[in-house]
Every structure is written in C-alpha cells, then in structure tokens.
Design a protein around this ligand. Structure first.
Ligand code: ADP
Length: 161
C-alpha cells in the first residue's frame, strides 16, 4: 500500500492545505495528515483543536486521516510506514525552506521520498499566519477556510481580545 504523510502546523487548516491534501489523496492509497505538536512558532490553537479542525475538514475524504505527532517528522513517517512525505509549495518563500528541510531529511532518512505539490494559483498567497492576522483585525476570512474553521477562528480571536 502506498502511504504518504502530509506534515505541518495547520494552525488552522486552510483551503490551501486542503487543496494539497485532496490532490495528494489521489496519488496515494492512504494519506496521513500529521499535525506537528510543537512547531518553532507561536500557535493560536492547541494540538487537540488543530487535529479536530483537520478531522472535520476531511470527513468526505475516505483515504485521508489525521494524527498528531511530536519529535522528528521522519520518525513519524517511519512509525506509520509512509514511503513519501507531501508538502505544498507556494511561489517564492516556501522553496528555500523546503529545499533545506529536504536535504536534511534525505540524509536522515534516505528511503523517504519527498513529493512537493505546487500550490494552486488561487491559494498562492494564503497562509495560516496571514489568515490569523486578518481574523484578528476583523477581516472576512470566509473565502479562505472551511466554514467550521472560520467559526472556530472568529471564536478564538474573540476570546483572546
Ligand atoms: P509548517 O509549519 O510545516 O510550514 P504549515 O501548516 O504552515 O506547516 O504548512 C504545511 C504545509 O502546507 C507546508 O508544506 C506549506 O508549504 C503548505 N502550505 C501552506 N499553505 C499552503 C497553500 N496556501 N497552498 C499550498 N500549500 C500550502
């Protein structure tokens, strides 16, 4: 069985992430979205909340599931027996970081193949961090995330004010 992981912070999941997951789910028999427990950046949602928001976003994708993980991504990949790791690439900024990460991961785990999917044109400028900023400033975020995420985001931002 071909298994891939799609790791990230998903704080929260956006339509851009979801688009990558839907496309990757057509390439692999099983896709496991890995919610990284403690990324090196400030988070708005807890791990449980991020996992739950992903879970609701993928209810209609039968071969996609979500798990949280701690530690090295390559160890998570080994644990779930994934042969590939999926990442999304937006224009510019993502490439250098992904390239560095890929070089490091290849040394640590040569058997794990990296598959990068180009971000869809309409999601090129969509990031969780911009989205959170827009939500904080009262912007309309409905066009960028699934409905349940927009609701959770508004509620969370409101509770922090
Ligand atoms: P990380 O903290 O690992 O960068 P993110 O949750 O920000 O986690 O992103 C997870 C993956 O999804 C990364 O490969 C990122 O480049 C990709 N991604 C983020 N936003 C988009 C988008 N709008 N379109 C396509 N891919 C995206």
């Amino acid at each position: 069985m071909t298994i891939a992981i799609y790791p990230g912070s998903f704080d929260p999941i956006t339509d851009g992430h979801l688009d990558v997951a839907i496309r990757a789910a057509k390439l692999f028999e099983r896709l496991i979205i890995g919610v990284y427990d403690a990324p090196d950046k400030p988070l708005l949602f807890t791990t449980e909340e991020r996992v739950e928001l992903v879970r609701q976003a993928i209810v209609n994708l039968p071969n996609v599931e979500v798990k949280s993980f701690t530690g090295l991504t390559i160890d998570f990949a080994r644990k779930v027996k994934a042969q590939a790791m999926v990442r999304g690439l937006r224009m510019g900024a993502d490439f250098e970081r992904e390239f560095d990460l890929a070089m490091m991961n290849k040394k640590l785990s040569p058997e794990l193949e990296l598959v990068c999917l180009m971000a869809n044109q309409e999601y090129q400028f969509l990031s969780s961090s911009l989205l959170k900023e827009a939500a904080r400033l009262g912007g309309n975020i409905d066009n960028f995330v699934p409905k349940h995420v927009a609701t959770a985001l508004r509620r969370k931002v409101h509770s922090k004010m």
